[in-house]
Write a protein that binds this ligand. Structure first.
Ligand code: F6R
Length: 616
């Protein structure tokens, strides 16, 4: 959600800033902009729309300088216009700033500044921040690196809300400053050069050595050194993290889109989520990252799972898994609601927050609220060293590799896999016998192979998707373990194809949703051969009786009845009920992808969306 890149070193800043923006475009693509400093000369180019629009401007007017900042925007305050694109200037026109986050008291600050004579050119909260810092600097007599940092500290103390920022000032041209509160920022360390970015994907081509900033920290980058301090100006010791493997993940390879590449990776990523974590000897899962003894795990009375979007859907599958395999009362709560509810949580409630990016603001807030109340809070994250991963009391990494497609795909199946491992572990500590544990492990081990089989269905699913791509409304139905999969299938379709899709528990159909059914409204039923198969058949009959087209997902060897009543049946391999969500999700991901392609939608950059939602 908004991408920030900063550079200062011995090379031309512009190509580095631009390449970084391309890498971060998945965080927002409403508009983009670059500012470079060449000595004291500040040049700015910005453009609404995709980065290609900015590139057209750059082709006409090359930006000089070895210092600069850049931004790709996901609009929060103000429409997508040239004026609202970043970088923003202060009143003097000498300070340029890029910002990710939301300044909650910006209206009041803007009012005060306007009374002092400041004129604003945009509707953004970010421009207020630029003016506030510039004003504090102008009030100081001495113009030095230190006074610019002091001005920034003063300004940030007046600000409520969240920010990840990078700024440059013509008075101190050999300096880039960054600051963070709530929005991620990472420093990249090179040889006689330093980088700043809102995530490491913009840095991995240049350096493997990074320092993750914490909230309320300021970083000052010079060509040959950097300092990290807090808002009071105190320095802090830092750990340099060495990155591994990301550059390769960022490559689309032969695939036209990240989304389809990531869908096809799932046999591997589900395997990675389990690798080294299954013990046949003890018939259980081994999850050392939880950092809890078996005695502590046995004392858990209740579990709360929290996340947003697809992560919330994975959490909902987790609720079924934990209650059925481990028999622990479990509740799911949208992370965005968590801290505004007074969820009854007994002393021995364990909380898991799920987040691919590990940077989702709502999920981070849920984590902090849960910890504030004294609960052990564990993370299920993909991004190693992300804020949620760092702040949680332990957890399990997905090891799925970078997920760049805005629509979550492989991270979802990895989350569900990990929740299955957690349910197995907790079940084995309580009531599951060793032979039951062994059976579950054997079933888990067959998953990658079964996923390969499902991946081979892509052409069949593409044909079905093309056939129904003109539908305006689609319904997704499932029960029990697969009710959350109905929600996830509908979310995927909405996100990338903009078709109004809704997911429901199948039996809810007759309580109202059935009013939507007609010849033009396709329904997708997730109807594996599980405990509720015959119930799903009855619901399908109700749709067919009203001439609604039905696409069903059924289990190999048990599809005859579905084939006799449905328009299309997609067959997935047989697996126990609790593992069907992983296999059933993949055809729905294909369905969403191919529908979007048929409609000519920009699959990797869907309208209004951005990966990693770092604002509340
Ligand atoms: C859906 C999607 C979003 C994310 C949600 C949480 O395809 O991508 O709904 O799942 O924003 O993101 P993370 O997992 O990064 O916290």
């Amino acid at each position: 959600m908004c991408g920030i890149v900063g550079y200062l070193g011995n090379k031309d800043a512009m190509p580095i800033l631009l390449e970084g923006l391309h890498r971060l475009e998945y965080r927002g693509y409403d508009s983009s902009g670059i500012a470079t400093l060449d000595g004291k000369k500040l040049s700015i180019l910005k453009a609404p729309g995709r980065i290609s629009n900015l590139e057209e401007l750059i082709a006409k007017k090359n930006l000089q300088g070895h210092v600069g900042i850049s931004h790709t925007r996901w609009a929060t305050h103000g429409e997508v216009t040239y004026q609202n694109a970043h970088p923003h200037l202060d009143a003097s026109g000498r300070l340029a700033l890029v910002h990710n986050g939301v300044i909650e008291n910006y209206a009041k600050l803007r009012d005060q500044l306007e009374k002092e004579g400041h004129t604003f050119h945009s509707q953004t909260d970010s421009e207020v921040l630029a003016h506030l810092i510039g004003r504090a600097f102008d009030l100081l007599e001495e113009k030095s690196e230190q006074t610019l940092i002091t001005a920034l500290q003063d300004a940030l103390r007046r600000v409520d809300g969240t920010y990840g920022i990078a700024l440059v000032h013509t008075e101190v041209p050999e300096l880039v400053i960054g600051a963070r509160r709530g929005s991620p920022l990472v420093l990249g360390i090179g040889k006689e050069e330093h980088f700043l970015a809102s995530d490491v994907s913009a840095l991995v081509m240049h350096t493997r050595d990074v320092v993750y900033l914490n909230d309320y920290e300021i970083v000052a980058l010079r060509p040959d050194s950097f300092t990290i301090s807090n808002l009071q100006g105190d320095g802090r010791p830092y750990n340099i993290t060495t990155l591994d493997g990301l550059a390769h993940d960022m490559d689309k390879g032969a695939y036209p889109h990240y989304m389809i590449k990531e869908i096809f990776e799932q046999a591997h990523t589900v395997h990675e989520a389990m690798r080294g974590r299954l013990s046949l000897e003890e018939a259980t899962a081994k999850l050392g990252g939880l950092e809890m003894s078996n005695a502590q795990l046995r004392d858990i009375e209740r579990i709360v799972l929290s996340g947003c979007g697809s992560a919330m859907h994975a959490a909902m599958v987790g609720e079924y898994l934990l209650e059925s395999l481990a028999q622990i009362p479990t509740e799911c709560e949208f992370a965005s609601e968590f801290r505004y509810r007074n969820l009854p949580m007994t002393k021995d409630t364990l909380v898991f927050v799920l987040s691919q990016s590990g940077e989702t603001a709502d999920t981070l807030a849920a984590l902090r609220e849960s910890q504030r109340k004294g609960h052990r809070t564990l993370g299920i994250c993909n991004n190693v060293a992300s804020t949620i991963a760092r702040e949680s009391n332990g957890g399990v990494y997905m090891h799925a590799g970078a997920e760049i497609g805005v629509a979550a795909t492989k991270s979802f199946t990895s989350q569900v896999t990990i929740l299955t491992l957690i349910a197995l572990l907790l079940g084995r500590i309580r009531h599951l016998s060793s032979s039951e544990g062994t059976k579950i492990i054997h079933q888990l081990e067959t998953l990658p192979e079964k996923i390969e089989e499902v991946l081979r269905l892509h052409e069949e699913i593409e044909a079905i998707a093309r056939r129904y791509a003109s539908a305006r409304v689609m319904l997704f139905m499932g029960r029990q373990f697969n009710y959350p999969i109905a929600l996830e299938g509908a979310l995927k379709l909405k996100e990338v194809s903009y078709i109004a899709a809704s997911g429901y528990p199948s039996a809810e159909l007759k309580h109202g949703v059935i009013a939507l059914v007609n010849e033009e409204t396709p329904s997708i039923f997730i109807a594996p051969h599980d405990a509720v198969f015959s119930k799903n058949i009855s619901s399908i009959q109700e749709v067919k009786a009203r001439r609604g087209p039905v696409i069903a997902l059924g289990t190999e060897g048990h599809c005859a009845e579905l084939e006799s009543i449905c328009d299309h049946v997609i067959t997935i391999p047989s697996t126990p009920d609790y593992l069907t969500p992983i296999l059933a999700t993949i055809p729905l991901q294909f369905f969403a992808y191919y529908t979007a392609l048929a409609l000519g939608c920009d699959v990797d950059k869907p309208r209004n969306l951005a990966k990693s939602v770092t604002v509340e």
